[in-house]
Design a protein around this ligand. Structure first.
Ligand SMILES: [Zn+2]
Length: 134
């Protein structure tokens, strides 16, 4: 009997898969609204710079614009990390390892997956999530 047969029925798994796919669409459109896709890197995104005409723009305005772009970049980085977790979770559904903590190898609590379907660790190890490597 596989881990899934014992712990997660297919209906539940499909439910999380659907939620992850919905999140993936949302994240894609968020990234699209924040930046332009850089086709040279399949998963790369650049903050939209737009045109800054320095001769016609007040220095304050340029500073504001640069600040805004830096904010976008930070947001893009964060959303990209979320996107990677979603892709990873979807891949793990296919592999049959979805819902298993990457630190302890224990089952991730269902309410945690409900709150965040792309969670990679159980509650006990959620602080170490950022440190989990490939
Ligand atoms: Zn754990």
């Amino acid at each position: 009997m596989s881990w899934y047969d014992a712990h997660m029925d297919h209906e539940k798994l499909n439910h999380f898969k659907k939620r992850l796919q919905d999140e993936q669409k949302l994240v894609d459109s968020e990234l699209r609204s924040l930046g332009v896709r850089d086709e040279s890197t399949p998963r790369g995104w650049d903050a939209t710079l737009g045109e800054i005409d320095e001769s016609a723009t007040e220095p304050d305005e340029i500073a504001d614009r640069i600040e805004e772009l830096e904010g976008n970049e930070a947001e893009i980085r964060e959303i990209s990390a979320h996107q990677k977790n979603i892709e990873r979770a979807l891949a793990r559904i296919e592999e049959g390892t979805y819902g298993i903590c990457e630190v302890s190898g224990e089952r991730i609590e269902e309410d945690r997956l409900d709150a965040n379907p792309s969670a990679r660790t159980c509650k006990e190890h959620m602080n170490g999530e950022g440190k989990v490597t490939e």
